[in-house]
Design a binder for this molecule. Structure first.
Ligand code: FEO
Ligand code: CA
Ligand code: CA
Length: 725
């Protein structure tokens, strides 16, 4: 990396947000007032060429000398400040890097500890039967913690709200109003009691039942093991959280819980079934993956791969078929065989049932009587998550990715405005608004890994969609996005909004089918339409095994895009973007990695990372990334270690200095991730430990259990510091 030492300029990096930035602090691309945009871009291109080992011709390299001189991230100053005396948010991350691990238990840095809070099958209510591996029933499972824990969200539980609900059994208007004004302050503060939601994404029967045979009982248990749990936790003086089984807030919502169909599709003919001729109430939510919090303190939980539960799409014809061609269900029988026992999962009997899944579901954790609502205005696709941001004018934007190869990034903007003083008035804000999909454009220079973009309106107001109805757009959202020209991405997983800056971070986890060489014209049929497999500006890698030996495996390791709304306004219809992290092993040249502004990732101590999935920010804006897929990503060629959690500053001197904080267990992805309001607890879920090994496998996690159990985990620093210190 001696070329890097040619750098003779010093860029003063500022992490200060003036509320109106639309460029990229800490990147070589950020224009200063005195600098023409062309010179900025030339700098970026030159810099990128250097990182790839190319020759820099006639341009100075822009790297803060401190980055070149600081080989050990653990030696980072913990109180670096900018010219105005503001602390560098990344300087908090002084934890000792966790090395890649293949071990059978969670690894956290020295001076940290973890506790398993809830496991699959744990009784959630007084009198609920204990988990019994050999005698699970749907009735028991409906009262126990579900399977495959995914999303984790933490909500403060004020004593006033707790007392009111204990007394009345519901939230009530007085407590609701009080909560509306208090929530924005409390959500980032210490709270000894909290409500936590955990999604239960999917089931794998062979890992759940001895002698799994796709029986009626197994199918019905699996349906009840889906959905999500809302639980009350309490913290002791040592900072340790435990589950309060007697709480009136504890709830299970499963694959059979009645929920409202809300928004424009409510009652529409396409939503009507034999069991629900009015098209207003659907049973259950399925494949709940990531999600997010609304500014008014409700939960958004997202239905992702709902296609896998519905059989015999091959028998569906006409309009129901056309509406779902881009998101087709199983053509014949399903793997779980629920259709053998529950008619609504057989589309040859009930084709419209399929139209009632694939939505963002909203529920109020503070009101045990609240009925979940499927918010159809936000479209129907494989919603991975939902990130909310309030605009200066009070409208609320919800960002959501569609996690499949070559699918899209979406934004919904409410018609109404958030009212901090009237929580009730916000509870149906998500039923009316405008849906958009993202087009990522090259920008001024091709190949510089940054550009501009447009939010394309998905409504009949868009001339491209004048022949569509609102119902068609909201049910066949992918098809509408095709028509308006959205950019096919490398599997958009979680999206998060940085609470300090408003910038968005979009995890593109990988794309094994991004294999077309540039200019080759290569296409393939994916999700019901022909799509180019060539790289594009925002998905630039088409062969991360380009070592001259192995076959082309596409974008194996994924990347993270930073997106900045123009005017820093979430209602804007245009944005700028850059590739913040291009994942891989920094030690493997052909992975072609990028980590923010880190010139020499190996020397800086950057950790290898693949398959970024779930995201969260800490209270200083640092980005925390949980991965899904590292055990199978690269095998013997440098990856294969357990999934993990990584922290990376997005601003300041260490922008891009990504390091591993936690290692999960074999076969299991790490989900959540989430912080308590005071940032002194880090929550995550270990999903599908030892997946596919079956109930008789010799290794199990959590240790000592009769079978591996997806679980909710809390991590704390033993002397009570904030997570990351
Ligand atoms: Fe359920 Fe896309 O992860
Ligand atoms: Ca995910
Ligand atoms: Ca998240």
């Amino acid at each position: 990396m001696q070329d890097l030492k040619r750098g003779n300029e010093c860029q003063v990096i500022s992490w200060e947000d003036d509320g109106s930035v639309d460029a990229l602090p800490g990147t070589a691309a950020r224009p200063s007032a005195a600098e023409p945009i062309q010179s900025v871009i030339q700098r970026a291109v030159t810099r990128r060429a250097l990182l790839k080992g190319g020759v820099a011709a006639g341009a100075g390299l822009v790297i803060a000398p401190a980055l070149l001189l600081k080989p050990s991230p653990a030696a980072a100053d913990d109180d670096v400040r900018d010219r105005r005396g503001r602390r560098d948010p990344g300087s908090r991350l002084t934890f000792q890097t966790v090395e890649p691990s293949f071990e059978g238990d969670i690894v956290v840095p020295p001076n940290y500890a973890y506790d398993v809070i809830l496991r699959w099958g744990d009784p959630l209510f007084p009198g609920t039967p204990d988990f019994d591996l050999n005698d699970q029933t749907p009735e028991k499972q409906a009262l126990q913690f579900g399977y495959n824990a995914d999303l984790v969200l933490w909500y403060p539980l004020p004593e006033f709200v707790r007392k009111m609900v204990q007394w009345r059994g519901e939230l009530g208007s007085i407590a609701n109003r009080w909560l509306g004004s208090a929530y924005p302050r409390l959500k980032d503060a210490y709270s000894r009691r909290a409500l936590v939601i955990v999604n239960h994404e999917y089931t794998t029967g062979a890992d759940m039942f001895p002698g799994y045979s796709q029986s009626r009982n197994e199918a019905l248990v699996e349906i009840e093991a889906h959905g999500f749990s809302i639980v009350e936790l309490a913290q002791d003086r040592d900072g340790r959280w435990s589950f309060d089984q007697g709480s009136p807030f504890n709830r299970r919502v499963t694959g059979s819980t009645p929920m409202e169909i809300s928004g424009p599709l409510r009652g529409m003919p396409e939503m009507q079934t034999a069991d629900d001729p009015n098209g207003k109430v659907v049973l259950g939510c399925l494949n709940n993956c990531a999600g997010g919090k609304t500014p008014w303190g409700t939960i958004l939980t997202c239905e992702e791969n709902f296609d896998q539960y519905f059989a015999n799409f091959g028998d569906v014809a006409g309009r129901p078929k056309d509406l779902s061609l881009r998101i087709a269900a199983e053509s014949a029988d399903t793997e779980r065989k629920w259709e053998d026992y529950v008619d609504r999962f057989d589309l040859s009997k009930e084709p419209n049932e399929y139209n009632r899944f694939g939505f963002i579901v909203e529920i109020d954790p503070y009101n045990p009587q609240d009925k979940p609502k499927k918010r159809t205005a936000l479209g129907r696709f494989k919603h991975e998550g939902a990130a909310a941001r309030v605009a200066p004018n009070g409208k609320v934007a919800i960002y959501s990715g569609d996690d499949a190869r070559f699918e899209y990034v979406y934004k919904f903007v409410t018609k109404g405005r958030y009212n901090p003083g009237n929580r009730s008035a916000n509870l149906n804000l998500l039923d009316e608004g405008t849906l958009y999909v993202a087009r990522f454009d090259v920008g001024a220079v091709e190949g510089d890994e940054m550009g501009i973009g447009q939010w394309l309106e998905l409504s009949t107001n868009n001339p491209a969609l004048v022949d569509w109805t609102e119902t068609e757009i909201l049910l066949n959202t992918r098809g509408a996005a095709d028509v308006v020209g959205a950019t096919p991405m490398d599997r958009p997983e979680d999206i998060e909004v940085n609470p300090k800056s408003g910038r968005l971070y979009v995890a593109l986890t990988n794309n094994s089918q991004r294999t077309g060489a540039p200019g080759s014209g290569a296409t393939r049929d994916v999700n019901g339409r022909e799509v180019s497999t060539e790289p594009n500006a925002s998905n630039p890698r088409f062969d991360t095994w380009d070592n001259g030996v192995d076959s082309n495996t596409g974008n194996e390791h994924g990347h993270i895009i930073e997106l900045i709304e123009d005017g820093n306004d979430p209602t804007s219809t245009s944005f700028k973007w850059n590739i913040f992290v291009q994942c891989g092993d920094p030690n493997v040249a052909y992975h072609d990695v990028r980590f923010g502004d880190i010139a020499d990732p190996v020397a800086a101590g950057v950790s290898p990372i693949s398959d970024p999935d779930n995201l969260v920010h800490d209270d200083e804006g640092n980005l925390w990334i949980a991965t899904d897929g590292m055990p199978g990503s690269g095998g013997t060629k440098g990856f294969g270690q357990n999934d993990g959690v990584f922290a990376v500053p997005v601003e300041g001197e260490h922008r891009g200095l990504l390091r591993q904080f936690l290692s999960g267990v074999p076969g299991g992805e790490v989900c959540g991730p989430e912080f308590s309001g005071d940032n002194k607890t880090f929550f995550c879920a270990i999903q599908h430990p030892y997946e596919g090994k079956g109930v008789g496998h010799e290794n199990k996690w959590p240790l000592g259990e009769p079978v591996s159990k997806p679980s909710l985990v809390a991590v704390r620093e033993l002397s009570g510091k904030k997570i990351g210190a």
